[in-house]
Write a protein that binds this ligand. Sequence first.
Ligand SMILES: [Ca+2]
Ligand SMILES: [Ca+2]
Length: 179
Amino acid sequence: MRAEATQRVALVFSLFDANGNGVLDAEDFTLMGDRVVAVASESDQAAKDAMRAAFHRYWTTLLTELDADGDGTISFDEFAACVLSPERFDDTVAEFAVSLAALGDPDGDGRIERPLFVALMTAIGFARDNIDDLFDAFGPDVTDQVLVTTWVEAIKDYYAPHKAGIAADLLVPGLATSA
Ligand SMILES: [Ca+2]
Ligand SMILES: [Ca+2]
């Protein structure tokens, strides 16, 4: 596994611990779903429900696959194992990525504008500078929009254990040294 992948996973663990108790638990994913859906004011109910469902699936997958000590919560050590066996998480991450991207494209034209991208990524907990750096790396067009498919691929890359020097690294403070 690449050190970069470990750093990416460490960041997402800290962000997903929405209630701040040091472990991932069911409440974290309810809180995170509420936060993300709350900024998706242009989205219809089906898209919001899909996002909540994706967060719920994310949690149930963690609990099923990674709760090594069976205590009903996911510690960082348990969570870090997800990058060791990515094949067990591909479908869950893909559903998550597609649901999140759909919230970013309420009019369905395949593009997302910067303000909504910033709002959604801020709701997850990423820092503004890192969010803008990632958006810029996606190559926004003259209307300052990027392709939703580009974002989906970046989300999948974020969890890839052997990838480094990727756009997704821009989300991790200090990781993308070339930026
Ligand atoms: Ca927690
Ligand atoms: Ca556990």
